[in-house]
Design a protein around this ligand. Structure first.
Ligand code: GYE
Length: 305
């Protein structure tokens, strides 16, 4: 009969899981790959019905999206917090509604950890440390000058990369001339680098851009100033997107530390386990590697993002 046919179908009779995913924006190549990974995994192949929202890097938009997921009565909320602080009220509301909250990518601060079931992400502090260890290894003892394009002010990705970098530079003679927020975008990476070049001219030896996109934007500014990126100014970035590794293979970047954005499958597994009442870990960290120019050339043909 019709009934037998419908219960025999793919889901085995188990009902769909409703998930609301509040993404923080669409600012970078990393973010594009991350959104795609989550949209694929939080879909029918895992028995999930997804509601997606893009907050355009604005906390108030992200809070509104989470509130609407609570009103809709989703089974789980996934979100990538644009900044670390300011979530307590909305997270309390989710708790009162008995909706588990799973972070993907960035973290919230200590005070709000009590409302978080689990986080799937990368180790940003280690990324910062790896980036600046390369700088220390190559420039310590040469009286070199560094400028830093930081990611979105108040984001855990930027805060932790800055902390990790400071650790690696401790005890070296590398001087940080300036560090400013480039909001993880190409446009702002370019504008802020133009300002650095106007202020410090050819005193700058090294640029640490906390993501590929800001580094790519800075390339325009450096070339417009008549300097050769990768030579006059050596450049270290984070992410390892296709565009970033291409600049590295071309000799315009010098070192790229990976930040894996393909978190969707791990997030889907955590969501399914939590909804099924299974115990999950508080933290799932992705594995990241680092690339020099030769490694980038080797990796590019099979790079997935
Ligand atoms: O490095 C950057 C993106 O939070 C790890 O956000 C993420 C960062 C990533 O805009 O490209």
């Amino acid at each position: 009969s019709g009934n037998a046919a419908s219960t025999a179908g793919g889901g085995g009779g188990s009902k769909q899981i409703k998930v609301g995913f509040a993404q923080e924006g669409a600012e970078s190549g990393w973010r594009t790959a991350n959104t795609k990974s989550l949209q694929e995994a939080l879909g029918s192949k895992n028995g999930i019905k997804l509601t997606f929202s893009d907050a355009q890097q604005k906390q108030e938009n992200q809070i509104a999206a989470i509130r609407s997921f609570i009103t809709q009565g989703v089974d789980a909320i996934v979100f990538a917090p644009v900044v670390e602080t300011g979530w307590t009220d909305v997270l309390k509301q989710a708790k009162q509604a008995h909706i588990p909250v799973i972070l993907e990518d960035r973290d919230v601060d200590k005070a709000d950890q009590q409302y978080i079931t689990s986080r799937v992400g990368d180790d940003f502090e280690k990324e910062g440390e790896t980036s600046c260890k390369w700088i220390a290894d190559n420039f310590n003892g040469k009286g070199a000058n560094l400028v830093v394009l930081e990611g979105t002010a108040g984001s855990s990705a930027a805060n932790d990369r800055t902390t990790g970098c400071a650790k690696a530079l401790q005890g070296t003679d590398i001087k940080t001339l300036d560090q400013q927020d480039g909001n993880f975008t190409r446009a702002q990476g370019k504008t802020v680098m133009e300002g650095f070049l106007q202020k410090y001219g050819n005193k700058i030896n090294i640029l640490y851009a906390q993501n590929d996109d800001m580094g790519l934007g800075a390339l325009d500014a450096i070339k417009a100033a008549g300097l050769t990126p990768g030579k006059d100014i050596q450049i270290v970035t984070t992410d390892g997107t296709h565009d970033g590794l291409t600049a590295l293979a071309n000799g315009e970047f010098n070192y790229v530390v990976e930040c894996n954005p393909l978190l969707g499958d791990d997030v889907a597994k955590v969501v399914k386990d939590v909804v099924a009442g299974k115990k999950v870990d508080k933290l799932y960290l992705a594995k990241d590697q680092a690339f020099d120019q030769a490694a980038a050339k080797a990796a590019l043909p099979t790079r997935k993002y």
